[in-house]
Every structure is written in structure tokens, then in C-alpha cells.
Design a protein around this ligand. Structure first.
Ligand code: HAM
Length: 429
């Protein structure tokens, strides 16, 4: 009879079950290793914060703030919001713990669940996970280059091909207004033809019009002025130095002046890593410089740069490219015959304490069924524990590869097995 689940995971969320969860673990471990090479330390912040932190950081008129936040009032009457991105929390912690005390490059990374009330589709979820970094303190383009290099190095270490890095600069408070005006001038004659959403953005945030997915709006904004043409001298120099550094480091990129990003805090550099495999949700990594945010949130002026990458999207690409993680080491299997009492269970326990992966049957199945299970798990070694063996203080060690069997004293069995597995390797075939 089919059992129909009464309760389902909330829309736009997913359960990750073993062995699938090994895929995410692999990507996460790769990210952590890359961060260690670049000397970024892990920061863990709460999953929720005061609502105002996120609305001030992202910008009151952004989609994230107006439509996508999971906001609730707690029992003390405070308005709290589930983290819709990682950057504001890192900045809040940086200010709260006065980490700005010493002039330094403060380099943090995070692996964090992120919550956005978006319309779910492939690659877009209401809970996703970001692997992100933030570098606070340095103002120079070498910090931007380091953060971008870290992202590319991370993706490059994964068996993932076809990702492309795109870069632009949105300028600073000096030169951005000129660009804004130029863009408005360009859009004004076309305004009536744009969608309602874009019309609403015209005064508030015209840059976002460039990011609209509506094909008609995209067509109408073809040929829009580039922010790169109105950069002030300092922003231009920053941008050119960054491109030169990337070229020197052999990191391929494409300038794409249509990158606007969905958050208002960016200054100067913005970048994305996109992938053709992903359809509409094609951004694997999004980031940039945010030199004014720390001050905006109450800290001393502190330039900063960072990125966030979507774990689920990376996994979608890897899966589409036919990747699966290296298989785990098969366990030593302890097969227990009836009448052996607790000896089998205890032996497995000793093997684990000696650092070995060990499996013992908890369902009290027949010896035949247990041997089949050992085979299914790919175990090279099976320790058979029967009534007579226990009486003799022994187990039978079976090498599943050669079919050889020999007695093994229970006393010291764990150490012997550790030596054997270490020597030959469980995965060896
Ligand atoms: P973001 O572009 O909004 O930037 O998100 C970063 C990445 O998270 C995206 O490129 C995408 O891979 C993934 N992502 C975003 N939304 C979803 C979703 N609904 N479902 C699945 N994946 C998603 C930020 O959040 C900035 N805080 C990044 C940053 C850090 N900028 C500077 N420092």
C-alpha cells in the first residue's frame, strides 16, 4: 500500500538525504580548503537578525527588501528577519566586535543558509546555501583581484567546466550620478513602452531596469550607455588595475557593463560568474566592492569587497556535467550469527573507536542476508562472529576480494584490522 506523506517540506525548500548529501559536503570542503589557502577564517553569525539591518544594507527599494524577506515579530515584539544574504551580518559582527581596531585585511568566509521568498524554479529556492567571502579593510584593486581569484580557484578546483567571469564597475558617489542621468536620458523616450515594473524603477533606481528579464525591456535597453564610460579618474584607475592584475594572473574575464546586481550597496567593482547550463538562473557567483556599507551600518569608514556563490546552483552544474563525488571508503562489515550475543556489536564498536568505518546489522537478519549487504556496501573485509567463534575468543575474517578466510582473535582485532585496512585500503579492488 502506498503511504502518502501528510506533510511536505515547505515550497522552495528541499531535504538533502544521504548519499546525495555527500555532493554538497564535497563542494563545501573544496571551498573551505580554498579559503584556507587564501587565509580567510570562518565566521558564523545568527540565522536571523534585526530586520532593519537587512533593509538598510540591501536598500529599501530592492526586490530582496520589498518582496523577499522572511520577516516575523518575536515574542518580545522585535521585528526579525531570516538572513536573505550574508554580507550585512558579517558587517554587523565586524562593527559589534570592533574588529576594525587594527589596520588589517579582515578576511572572513561563511557557509550559510539564506532565505528569500522568491518564485521557486530550477536553481531558485526559498532556502539556498551560500559559500561566501568578505574582505574588509583594503581599498585597492588587489583585494578585488584576490576575492575574484579565490572564487575562480574554488570553481576551478571542482570538476566544473564552462563558467565565465564577467566584470564591470558601477563607479562611486562622485561619478554614479552622471551615469544615472545619462541612463535616464537614454530610457526616457522609451519609458512608455517598458513594463510597469521598469517604469516604477525609472526614478528610484534606473540601473535596475538593465537587469529586467522581460525580453521587450531587454530589447528596448539594447545600446544603453555603459557605466564604464562615465567613471571618474580614480574609479577608472581602480578598474584598469584590477583588469591588469587578472590578466597577469591568467584569469580570463569579460567586461559586461550590464551587470547591475540586485543589491544597492555596491561601489566600483561588480562581478558575476555565470554558467550556460543553468538557464534563467545562470549566476553561480555574484559579488563586488561595497566601500560605504560599514559606515552606513554605523562603523568607521571601511572599504570592503566580497562574493556569495550558490551551493545548489554549483551542484546543478556538476550534476548536469555527470559528476559524482569520490565514493566513501566501504566499511568493515561485522556479520553476526544467531547465538553470538553482543560480541558482534561490541566488535564493531571497537573497530570504530580505532578509527575504522564499521557496519553491523541492527535488524538481526540471517547471515546470508548480512553477507549480501556487505557485498552491496563494497566491503572488502567481513568479520563473521558466530557462537563457536565467540566461545573460542575469535572471529572469522573473510577477504571478499580473494574469498580467503582465517580466524582472528577478538582480543586486539580492532588494531589488527586498522593495520590491515591501512596497508591494503578498503577501497582497493
Ligand atoms: P546575490 O547575487 O544575491 O549576492 O547571491 C549570491 C549567489 O547566491 C547568486 O549568485 C546565486 O548563485 C545564489 N542565489 C541567490 N539567490 C538564490 C536562490 N533563490 N536560490 C538559489 N541560489 C541563489 C549576495 O547575496 C551578496 N551578499 C554577495 C556578496 C557578498 N557581495 C559582496 N559580498
Amino acid at each position: 500500500m502506498e503511504v502518502r506523506p501528510k506533510r511536505l517540506a515547505p515550497r522552495g525548500t528541499q531535504d538533502v538525504l544521504p548519499p546525495e548529501s555527500a555532493k554538497g559536503q564535497y563542494v563545501e570542503a573544496t571551498f573551505r580548503r580554498t579559503c584556507a589557502c587564501y587565509q580567510y577564517g570562518e565566521i558564523r553569525t545568527p540565522m536571523f537578525e534585526e530586520t532593519e539591518l537587512f533593509s538598510r544594507a540591501a536598500g529599501e527599494t530592492t526586490d530582496i527588501v520589498t518582496k523577499e524577506m522572511y520577516t516575523f515579530t518575536d515574542r518580545g515584539g522585535r521585528s526579525l528577519t531570516l538572513r536573505p544574504e550574508g554580507t550585512p551580518s558579517v558587517v554587523r559582527a565586524f562593527i559589534e566586535h570592533k574588529l576594525y581596531g587594527e589596520p588589517d585585511a579582515h578576511k572572513y568566509y561563511y557557509v550559510a543558509p539564506i532565505f528569500r521568498y522568491e518564485r521557486p524554479q530550477a536553481g531558485r529556492y526559498r532556502q539556498h546555501h551560500q559559500l561566501g567571502v568578505e574582505c574588509l579593510g583594503p581599498a585597492g584593486p588587489d583585494a578585488d583581484a584576490e576575492v575574484i581569484a579565490l572564487a575562480c580557484d574554488f570553481l576551478g578546483t571542482l570538476p566544473l567546466t564552462g563558467a565565465s567571469l564577467q566584470i564591470s564597475s558601477l563607479g562611486c558617489p562622485e561619478c554614479r550620478p552622471t551615469y544615472r542621468e545619462r541612463l535616464q536620458e537614454f530610457i526616457r523616450p522609451r519609458l512608455a513602452e517598458l513594463c510597469e515594473y521598469c517604469q516604477g524603477r525609472f526614478e528610484v533606481n534606473p540601473l535596475r531596469i538593465l537587469d529586467d528579464k522581460n525580453p521587450r525591456c531587454q530589447e528596448l535597453t539594447q545600446g544603453a550607455p555603459s557605466p564604464l564610460d562615465t567613471l571618474c579618474g580614480a574609479c577608472r584607475e581602480h578598474h584598469e588595475r584590477l583588469l591588469a592584475l587578472l590578466a597577469e594572473a591568467g584569469i580570463p574575464y569579460r567586461e559586461n557593463p550590464r551587470i547591475v546586481r540586485g543589491l544597492d550597496y555596491y561601489t566600483r567593482t561588480v562581478f558575476e560568474v555565470i554558467h550556460g547550463e543553468l538557464g534563467a538562473q545562470n549566476t553561480l557567483v555574484g559579488g563586488g566592492r561595497y566601500d560605504l556599507l560599514v559606515e552606513e551600518l554605523g562603523g568607521p569608514p571601511t572599504p570592503a569587497v566580497g562574493f556569495g556563490s550558490g551551493l545548489e546552483r554549483i551542484l546543478l552544474v556538476l550534476e548536469a556535467q555527470g559528476w559524482s563525488p569520490p565514493p566513501p571508503t566501504p566499511p568493515v562489515y561485522v556479520a553476526v550469527a544467531q547465538g553470538a550475543g553482543d560480541a558482534g556489536w561490541l566488535l564493531a564498536e571497537r573497530l570504530r573507536r580505532a578509527g575504522l568505518a564499521a557496519q553491523v546489522d541492527l535488524l538481526h537478519r540471517s547471515l546470508k542476508a548480512q553477507m549480501k549487504e556487505a557485498d552491496r556496501l563494497g566491503s572488502r573485509y567481513v568479520l563473521i562472529v558466530g557462537e563457536q567463534e565467540v566461545a573460542a575468543g575469535e572471529a572469522t575474517l573473510r577477504d571478499m576480494q580473494t574469498g580467503e578466510q582465517r580466524p582472528l582473535p577478538l582480543e586486539g582485532a580492532a588494531e589488527l584490522m586498522a593495520g590491515l585496512v591501512g596497508e591494503k585500503g578498503q577501497a582497493e579492488s
